[in-house]
Design a protein around this ligand. Sequence first.
Ligand code: NAP
Ligand code: MG
Length: 481
Amino acid sequence: MTNPTRLFTNFIGGAWQPAHHAETFSDENQAARGSVLARFQSSTPADVTAAVDAADKAFRVWRRASVADRQQLGSRFLQLLGERREELARIVSQENGKTIREARAEVDSAIREGTHHVHQIGTFGGHVLPAGAGAYTGWMQYHPLGVAGIISPWNFPLNVMCRKALPALLTGNTVVFKPATFTPWTGIYLAQLFEGAGFPAGVFNCVTGLGSAIGNALIEDPRVRAISFTGSTEVGRKIQARAAQRLTRTQLELGGKNALIVLEDANLETAVDAAVTAGFACAGQWCTSTSRLLLQADIHDAFLDRLSARCARMEVGDPLDERTEMGPVAGPEQFRTITAAIAQASSEGARLVMGGLGDDGGYFIRPTVFDGVTPAMTLFRHEVFGPVLAATKFATLDEALRLANDLPYGLSSALFTRDVAAAMRYINEIEAGMAHVNIHTGFKDPGLPFGGWKESGFGLPENSRTGLEFFVDYKSVYVKA
Ligand code: NAP
Ligand code: MG
């Protein structure tokens, strides 16, 4: 499975083929610096155009496939995900660095969400005007858009892509998918499963290569009617600007700086659990990771004492070891930016409660906690995307909400309290796409929308009904007999 000579090609029009310029790149096992897992195509804009050609051709047939047929293929894909769970989880864990248990949970989450979409499409119809509305009958019906472009990040190389691709395919669109360059194997593996599930040639296509080299070819092709992107706010902004030229619709799931607020009446043990889970799972590289801790003055010290004790016990190491609680961060670039953010926080006057670098041999950073973080500090305002928590003390709920909302981000949030009135105020006033009470910031259910406010997102959110609505056009029909 770690055969270094293994070379994967693009999946276009139902065939596996090399890129136009036969150049390749490799991906690395994050727990062993310098190791090579496999090689992949460095595609060019011409390869993207070939994939869009195939997807556009396939669309003419796929758009007419019955919902029952689409459901059957979607279910078959999910069944394969289940059958290959362990093999897939090992690939995700090695490419990304998340623990094997987190990688299995990612497969499970993709199956749960996919199953939700497969069921949901069965009743995803428009609506009819009430009888007698006029001398006509009127209704609204949905139509697939055409080719959908999907660009995904490395932090959830499997789940994010499935959350986009299944709704696109189930609503009758065809797909051109570009995985993150950091996690190409997971992307290719998923393409193999779409092939294995029996989706017709050209309905699902996968092209690997740098986003900066081939992204524009996908966004600017007039046959690509929708771009669903998950990644950084910075790249999301560029995609949005380009897509606007053709009025191509976008669904952007972007960065965050998610706050977990702890009031003095909270159950501290569950609040600490939530901070550990959402602060350090995937080495703090969830978009919905907790990155700010807003702690009410009375419990501030007790909370940090308990949190430190938990962090000190955490097993950081080989992600394939079942006992490991936190793996390495995702590669050299992440390692550099996270360690630089830690150094900067110290130099700006934040107090390091605990943390630092882990064992040698991989990109390990121990769970890190800073206290005394003020809104003027970089650590308060900028997404680190690593296992680094920034604690800030507050006096009143008013102040906590002000601190939580004081940023351009608005992805997720959480409040820990037993006070229903405080919880309701928080729910109504927090500026975020997700508000959790006594549940960690990363929790989600496929029945509810997954997306951010402000600069954390744009367009209809994923999951729920909106996850399907993003991929369709709406037609209002008026019929007179
Ligand atoms: P990224 O650098 O923005 O990359 C995301 C994807 O965009 C990758 O496939 C990347 O390709 C591609 N890309 C890069 N430049 C592009 C361009 N000019 N045109 C088109 N595509 C381009 O983000 P990342 O570093 O992979 O992921 C971390 C970020 O994602 C964090 O900010 C995190 O908060 C966010 N995130 C958000 C959510 C959410 O649902 N809101 C979920 C997960 C992650 P290459 O890999 O080839 O560069
Ligand atoms: Mg990046």
